[in-house]
Design a protein around this ligand. Sequence first.
Ligand code: LLP
Length: 405
Amino acid sequence: MKGPIWLGPKRAAALAERFGTPFYAYSARTLRTRARALKRAFPDAAIRYAMKANACPALLAEVRRAGLGVDTVSPWEVRLAREVGFRRKEIIYSGNMPSDDDLRAVHREGVMINLDALSSLRRFGRIAPGAKVSLRVNLDVGGGHHPHVITAGPESKFGLAPEELPEARAIAAEHGLRIVGLHQHIGSGIFDVGLFLEALDPLLALLVDFPDLEFVDAGGGFGVPYRPDEKAIDLEAWGAAITERFRVAARRYGRPLKLMLEPGRYVVCEAGLLVARVTTVKRTRDRVFIGTDSGMHHLIRPALYQAWHPVVTLPARERSAERCFVTGPICESGDLLAEERAMPVPDEGDLVVVGNAGAYGFSMASHYNLRARPAEVMIDGDDWRLVRPREDYRDVVRRRDVRRA
Ligand code: LLP
């Protein structure tokens, strides 16, 4: 992979010509490289790719072929994972605030259910007495690239507090539920393995209170650099430190125990690009706006988290850089793909390529303003194929009979 923008100008132009814009492009090779690196760094672990990061079926199929399982968060994620060919035991469901229907549907699929509220546990016990279950805990250590993605700590809606665990065990006992897993996920975009270990240690200290455990799931959250000044994590070092801690705890536990991890971003982020076309260059009194045919409806991360994504325009223009605002057609001033970015102002008709868009890009896209979601193209070396066509009007309006609405 040659930097975050791995698609050359010729191929970008050819794909844009062929499929129109905007489209997401995914590199199967990068994805496989990431999956391999994870498996190598964590030899004891079952890696469950968090498919919320990107649930494109063709991409999931690559993930499956690379030997990872999946972490899911909704009944339809479970359903799609099954359709793509993941086996039941390769799937874990970590729902938050699940409805009874969610619990029933996931239980029917026969996958491991990970719960994080006493109420969910009680309701699950009534729905599936005697089942196996895993508990998600919140041990007060959280982190992440933005407050919205910190998923543990006193203000978080996720996980059971340590003081709730005796009652959780009592509820499980009452319904014959067997607690076979302990889980935590502290947040997303973590660069400091020290923080990860700070959360892992108290998790491992809980094992003694749970005699039936089959696995410990330490979550995902592995950071990926977006800005040029951010450094990639040392995955080998993470692997060594986490594996060491886990092995000591597992030995002390004395029964076979599996480590699970559920990275999403790490697997797919750098494998994805969003390619759009410049529709409108607009100079106002104060600003230069580069208007494109994509925007916050396709990649909401800059608008939602003020996330910084690498952006280049193609073809390269030999012009001095100006501070540009890259935006889209959406009726909101927050509709930005890049804010105050020093770059040469492109011509209308040029392409805009946004890097690091494989994770939480398409998966968070919407139909806001009745816009179609982009096409998706899988690139594998010299091969490419359209893996999901751009939506049309009927997809967007859900095939409702508008005449009778
Ligand atoms: N496991 C659980 C239970 C999770 O909630 C998540 C992410 C993951 C694993 C995967 O985390 P990752 O390895 O991808 O960091 N939309 C945000 C990220 C939200 C993550 C939510 N949970 C973003 O675009 O930064």
